[in-house]
Design a protein around this ligand. Structure first.
Ligand code: FE2
Length: 260
């Protein structure tokens, strides 16, 4: 039939470990209504576990911890009422800075779900030396860096050896679903698939900010990966590996911010 697109069965129980759904704290959801609209899209996509990751970045996104916790709690209550089978956790997308270890020690929110993983962001043009240094510093202090949307950093995409280096130092690598799907240009698509094919890709996040320009597309991405690489691929990247973020925290005896 014309227009028919082979989709295959939808994977449910997906995890989103990188998204901006907390209302009014960064350039993601502006208010609770926007947060809930994004959450509805995630739920429809088969996502049942979400680590929300508001930005923290010097001179740009510097919310007080109390403000983040209040906005998250408002969102968590509304999410729990609307989707009782969806688990929410609090985290952060932390932009690199020299004092980040002290910051992380002082505030649980800077770690994903209160565990020991840190979603670490760089600027597009940060050089290889800085990227390697920040990853090393986190790992040396007992944290597990997950480098956010690695397809965005020019010095990393031009040098596959750096990606291998970072993984060797103890980092995990994340790309955005839109990059795998080819919605962020050919270069991002090519690099993210290359990482995946070389066994250097560990997580896929939606990095959703809004429904219009940066919507969540994890369901579409999971179906696409299943067609391209087999169902085991999205199962590993979007379910099994994300679960380890929570288990790592529990093994460390940390309190997670899971919804009850
Ligand atoms: Fe992000």
């Amino acid at each position: 039939m014309f227009g028919f697109k082979k989709k295959g069965p939808q994977l449910t129980g997906l995890w989103d470990i990188h998204c901006h759904l907390v209302p009014g704290v960064d350039d993601g959801a502006a208010d609770l209504r926007a947060s809930m609209a994004l959450l509805e899209a995630e739920y429809r996509d088969g996502v049942r576990n979400i680590i929300v990751t508001p930005h923290n970045r010097l001179h740009m996104f510097e919310n007080e911890e109390a403000d983040i916790l209040a906005a998250y709690e408002q969102f968590r209550q509304a999410a729990k009422a609307a989707y009782p089978d969806l688990a929410l956790y609090l985290g952060c997308e932390l932009h690199q800075r020299s004092e980040m270890v002290d910051m992380i020690r002082a505030r649980e929110q800077f770690r994903l779900a209160g565990g020991n993983c840190v979603l670490l962001e760089f600027s597009t043009w940060d050089d290889a030396r800085r990227i390697r240094k920040r990853v090393y510093t986190l790992a040396a202090n007992g944290y597990t860096p997950i480098v956010a949307h690695v397809e965005r950093y020019q010095n990393l995409t031009s040098d596959m050896a750096l990606a291998e280096d970072l993984v060797g130092l103890g980092a995990y690598l994340q790309v955005n679903a839109d990059s795998l799907l080819g919605k962020d240009g050919m270069a991002a698509r090519r690099f993210s698939h290359r990482l995946l094919e070389q066994g250097l890709l560990h997580f896929v996040g939606s990095d959703a900010h809004d429904l219009k320009y940066r919507p969540p597309r994890l369901g579409e991405c999971a179906a696409y990966l299943a067609r391209q690489y087999g169902e085991e691929c999205p199962r590993r990247l979007l379910i099994e590996n994300p679960k380890e973020i929570i288990f790592a925290g529990e093994e460390n005896g940390e309190q997670s911010a899971a919804s009850e």
